[in-house]
Write a protein that binds this ligand. Structure first.
Ligand code: UT7
Length: 342
């Protein structure tokens, strides 16, 4: 008989730097205010790394937390999937750096999905587990944004949003008679969704340095103009985020024959409290079921989902047996969702 495998979430871990930067701190660097930031985004403070710390260091610490919680040794991992938009190096990616810091020899791949990176990595890991190829997979999302944002009036629409941090998840294979479905109470990942729309690629991006056709990786003039900082049309991102997050949730609900009220917990990417509230309202999901911690950490891009999941688990808001929906949207445009019986 053919063996059937499903992926169960074994643990979720996180790490954020100690240094807290409040909205009030940012008002000393640019024309902004605590009221503006909190009202438009929900953010009150974020964490920034000290000098000397690398993105892979944050990822390593989150990975250790996840491994300790699942009591798995790094040497027993079959695969590492890392995701970031702020890697230590242009190449190689942070996957191999984290592998080296964990002193293990599992293959380590990097997956570029920006704010959707973690949902895409979960989808990818789930496929490897379902195929029977791997049994224990570590997923890491880690970001240092504080070094690529501009603390001045020019960059204020972007710089107030982002924070540093990392999250990690251990997914394990389990042999089952029937794959988990929304109705059979089998624990594990039930469904995944991934989406992209490259026509939005330049609406939220760091375009230089790069190989976009210019003769140089980055010119001296571009460096002096700080062309390496992110650009964003916030309103376009906002509109597309609400649309795609709503569509993703609706697709997942429909194809699993679920009503919004069947979902126990929604863990959305933490980009803006207003985006997530708008999506929850359109879906008709009760406010208390939607997890938020953007107030404390800002937008940590690929790390935001696991950081939010880790805190929700530690606070007892996500428990075994619950039906959990993750949702993410970001640069690309990219979006993704996972339906999990926790
Ligand atoms: O993971 C995906 C990442 N990105 C996002 O999800 C971002 C999605 N977009 C947003 O969250 C919102 O568009 C923002 C929070 C970025 C901006 O909010 P908004 O309501 O769309 O504001 P806006 O860009 O239309 O700007 C309104 C005003 C402008 O002034 P004027 O032209 O009305 O005089 C801006 O110059 O607010 C001004 N402004 C600020 N004022 C104080 C922009 N940034 C700031 C700031 N502090 N930090």
């Amino acid at each position: 008989m053919k063996q059937i495998f499903c992926s169960t979430v074994s643990s979720v871990g996180m790490y954020v730097p100690e240094k807290i930067v409040t909205n009030e701190d940012l008002t000393k660097l640019m024309d902004t205010s605590d009221e503006w930031i909190e009202e438009r985004t929900g953010i009150k403070e974020r964490r920034f790394v000290e000098s000397g710390v690398a993105t892979s260091d944050l990822g390593h610490k989150a990975a250790i937390d996840a491994l300790n919680k699942s009591r798995i040794k790094s040497q027993d991992l079959d695969l590492i999937i890392a995701t970031t938009l702020s890697p230590d190096f242009y190449f190689p990616g942070i996957g191999v750096l984290i592998q080296n810091k964990l002193s293990c020899d599992a293959p380590a791949i990097d997956l570029r999905g920006q704010c959707s990176g973690f949902t895409w990595a979960m989808t990818t890991a789930d496929s490897f587990i379902r195929s029977g190829q791997y049994k224990k997979i570590l997923i890491v999302g880690a970001e240092i944004q504080s070094r690529v944002i501009e603390f001045s009036n020019r960059g204020r629409n972007v710089s107030v949003l982002f924070g540093d941090g990392a999250g990690a998840m251990v997914l394990q294979s389990r042999e089952v008679e029937h794959l988990p479905t929304a109705t059979n109470n089998e624990r594990g990942i039930i469904d995944n969704l991934m989406g992209s729309d490259g026509s939005g690629a330049e609406i939220l991006a760091i375009k230089r340095p790069g190989m976009s056709g210019e003769d140089e990786f980055i010119t001296t003039e571009e460096t002096s103009e700080k062309a390496y900082l992110p650009i964003m049309d916030g309103r376009q991102v906002f509109k597309n985020a609400v649309r795609r997050l709503f569509e993703s949730a609706t697709t997942i609900l429909e194809r699993n024959k679920l009503k919004a009220s069947d979902i126990d917990v929604v863990i959305p990417h933490q980009a803006n409290l207003r985006i997530n509230s708008a999506v929850a309202e359109k879906l008709g999901i009760e406010k208390h079921k939607v997890m938020h911690n953007i107030q404390k950490y800002g937008n940590t891009t690929s790390a935001s989902l696991p950081i939010c999941m880790s805190e929700a688990c530690d606070e007892g808001k996500v428990k075994k047996g619950m039906l959990v929906l993750t949702l993410a949207f970001g640069s690309g445009f990219s979006w993704g969702a996972n339906l999990i019986r926790w």
